[in-house]
Design a protein around this ligand. Structure first.
Ligand code: KG4
Ligand code: ZN
Length: 344
């Protein structure tokens, strides 16, 4: 008989719930974005995010159940992002998930947010088998993850300062563009010349880590020095190219180093057309397959959370009502950390 998992995601500024069947089929997915609400401050305001999650989480869960046309009695487990993220925001989803798990007497499974993005790639592309390297790139994360099997994740590279999305958002702000900056930069870049403004790429001596804070500073300097005739489109295209070049090169290098033949993308920045196109071209040249999920699975959503919990549910795991909420938790570093299904 089919198993339906209700997923809940409230780690940042999206309140989301979804029902996923057997870890593979998205039956319903509801995402209530708070992006407009935070736009006037130019970034996510944690306290505002928490309060909105409180207001929205139950209506969103109800809408997901109604959309799936299933009674709560058909739900086999509740999965929730419990780490890492904005603590006040995470707590809302976790409290809701605990209450539902208790009321319905079903297992409760906590999911690591970055791991959930890996499952988004697998949901979108059923042909994406282990092992693969996934670039999770959003406003809060820039991580290269080696996925060797369920629960077998390790970090092969990560940002040493700003996340790529954070760099785009902050640079966009310097350019007078609205929040979130990524989509605004992408749209302007369509009419710009990526070679017009010389911006740095932090290669970090061949390491697989990233650094984007210098790029943001370079954008600020270029804006200050701007001459008459300066085109915002050219700046946007140059900024986007500087981010994309490094993300693509390091992802392909990570796949080569780890000896895997498959690459996937996840996170909000993966919705960027130039990144997808650049990654696809580089992967083709390197004889790697490349999975780019559709936009609704790249950005934060609860379907990926439900999918991530399924392999653990299938082997009878249950985190129970003692499940912790954790603001910061890094996945183990490649070759150095412990791996195991129990911490999937
Ligand atoms: O995954 P996400 O929805 O939320 C988290 O940050 O966890 O990602 C949001 C980030 C923002 O930095 C936003 O500017 C960026 O993703 N983003 C994009 C695009 N759409 C969203 N960046 C570049 N191009 C886009 N089309
Ligand atoms: Zn995310």
């Amino acid at each position: 008989m089919s198993m339906f998992v209700l997923g809940i995601e409230t780690s940042c500024d999206e309140t989301s719930a979804a029902v996923v069947q057997d870890g593979r089929t998205v039956v319903s997915s509801v995402v209530a974005s708070q992006s407009d609400l935070h736009a006037r401050w130019g970034g996510v305001v944690p306290e505002v995010a928490s309060r909105m999650h409180v207001e929205r989480v139950l209506p969103v869960v109800i809408e997901a159940l109604e959309g799936a046309s299933i009674q709560p009695s058909r739900v086999s487990a509740v999965a929730v992002t419990n780490r890492p993220g904005l603590i006040g925001a995470l707590v809302v989803g976790v409290a809701c998930a605990k209450a539902l798990s208790y009321a319905w007497r079903v297992p409760l499974l906590g999911v690591h947010h970055v791991v959930a993005h890996l499952y988004a790639a697998m949901l979108a592309d059923p042909g994406l088998d282990f092992p693969f390297v996934c670039l999770v790139v959003s406003g809060g994360h820039t991580e290269l993850i080696l996925a060797e099997g369920h629960g077998m994740w390790s970090v092969v590279g990560r940002t040493r300062d700003d996340a790529a999305g954070e760099c785009l958002d902050k640079s966009a702000r310097l350019l007078g563009l609205p929040y979130p900056g990524g989509p605004a930069v992408e749209e302007l870049a369509l009419a710009g010349d990526p070679r017009a403004v010389a911006l740095p790429r932090a290669w970090l001596d061949g390491a697989l880590d990233f650094s984007f804070s210098g790029l943001k500073t370079a954008v600020a300097r270029a804006v200050k020095r701007a001459q008459p005739g300066f085109r915002l489109e050219d700046m946007a295209a140059s900024l986007q190219a500087a981010v994309v070049d490094v993300l693509v090169a390091k992802t392909v290098a990570a796949a080569r180093l780890a000896g895997v033949g498959r690459v996937a993308l996840g996170g909000g920045v993966a919705a960027n057309g130039a990144l997808a196109a650049g990654m696809e071209a580089a992967c083709k040249a390197a004889h790697l397959t490349c999975s780019v999920p559709p936009r609704d699975l790249c950005t934060d959503n609860a379907a990926m959370v439900a999918a991530a919990a399924f392999p653990r549910l299938a082997v009878g795991q249950d985190d129970g009502l003692g499940l912790d909420t954790v603001a910061t938790e890094y996945l183990p570093l490649w070759g150095r950390g412990e791996i195991g299904l129990e911490r999937a």
